[in-house]
Design a protein around this ligand. Structure first.
Ligand SMILES: CC(C)(COP(=O)(O)OP(=O)(O)OC[C@H]1O[C@@H](n2cnc3c(N)ncnc32)[C@H](O)[C@@H]1OP(=O)(O)O)[C@@H](O)C(=O)NCCC(=O)NCCS
Length: 276
């Protein structure tokens, strides 16, 4: 299937399935639309129209947001009314976002997680809003919920990538994701901080992650080499040269039969561009 066609099929599936699940407005349908976690350890219940006027649940979501605010990039006074608006406009009203309540084996909500920005990239989905609200209930349920979510997402949409963002100092969450097999990438400055501690640059299939240097940058003491992998080395070099950036000639060492070349970034670091 061509890349464009694959993208069309993926985008359509996201729009259709997310909107279908979020439109659920009866408890009977809600049970049918839920995803079983492991062998009945619990359920992933889509946050949907039925919840938009569920005052008790909205108060619970509000409480969880307040208690876990340190895990989020934005900080603000959390109110029940604000959470109600967020649920309507920020979740149900956003076509490429879908959250699930994580319910324990008795059906009680324990936390939530979901997908966001599913149409923002090229068949890429971001894991969103992973929070355990009830810290005591059913140990390991959040891990099982995450596995169920990722398995469902892969089966339904066949994305090229499922990724997540987490503050690098959120050690518990980082360990949680690593145990689940994610290569974790941290991101964002906290509110009030001027500089980002981390940035993720993304261009289609290329992902470049930059961390703020802990020491001054000294070009002639670099101890690392950066490699960028591209499918068309000559074409990429031409684009680099056309953009006015100095690029070395393409070399063909034994470990890179299809070519590589050097570019030097504004800090003096050498990056090698090689064939994928
Ligand atoms: C991230 C977060 C959702 C992880 O939740 P969690 O409760 O640690 O995850 P689980 O439900 O999978 O429970 C894991 C615990 O169960 C334990 N466990 C795993 N398998 C188990 C099993 N079969 N039996 C008993 N315990 C088990 C794990 O060892 C772990 O215990 P530990 O924390 O003492 O190491 C939670 O810490 C949270 O809500 N944090 C605040 C919000 C946040 O930071 N979110 C991430 C933003 S990106």
């Amino acid at each position: 299937m061509s890349t464009d066609r694959r993208r069309q099929v993926y985008d359509r599936a996201i729009r259709k399935e997310f909107s279908f699940l979020k439109s659920t407005d009866s408890i009977a349908h809600l049970h049918a639309h839920s995803i079983v976690i492991a062998d009945g350890d619990g359920l992933l219940v889509p946050l949907c129209e039925l919840h938009a006027d569920d005052a008790e649940l909205i108060a619970t979501l509000s409480e969880w947001r307040r208690e876990n605010s340190r895990a989020f990039p934005t900080q603000f006074p959390v109110t029940v009314e604000g959470t109600r608006r967020w649920l309507r406009a920020g979740v149900l009203g956003v076509e490429d976002r879908l959250l699930f309540l994580v319910c324990d084996r008795h059906g009680r909500p324990v936390g939530h997680l979901g997908f966001a920005n599913a149409l923002a990239g090229d068949c890429q989905i971001e894991i969103d809003n992973v929070v355990r609200g009830d810290k005591e209930a059913q140990p390991a349920l959040m891990s099982a919920a995450m596995q169920a979510l990722v398995a469902w997402g892969e089966e339904m949409f066949g994305p090229r990538e499922i990724h997540l963002r987490v503050f690098e100092d959120n050690e518990h969450a980082v360990t949680f994701y690593e145990r689940l097999g994610f290569d974790v990438a941290a991101t964002h400055p906290l509110d009030g901080s001027a500089k980002p501690v981390w940035a993720w640059l993304r261009s289609n299939d290329a992902h470049v992650m930059l961390a703020r240097a802990s020491d001054p940058v000294v070009p002639d003491q670099q101890g690392v080499l950066f490699y960028l992998y591209v499918p068309d080395v000559a074409g990429f070099r031409q684009r680099v040269v056309d953009a006015g950036i100095a690029a070395g000639e393409i070399q063909y060492p034994f470990y890179c039969r299809r070519g590589e070349f050097e570019v030097t970034d504004p800090d003096g670091y050498v990056a090698m561009v090689a064939h994928t």
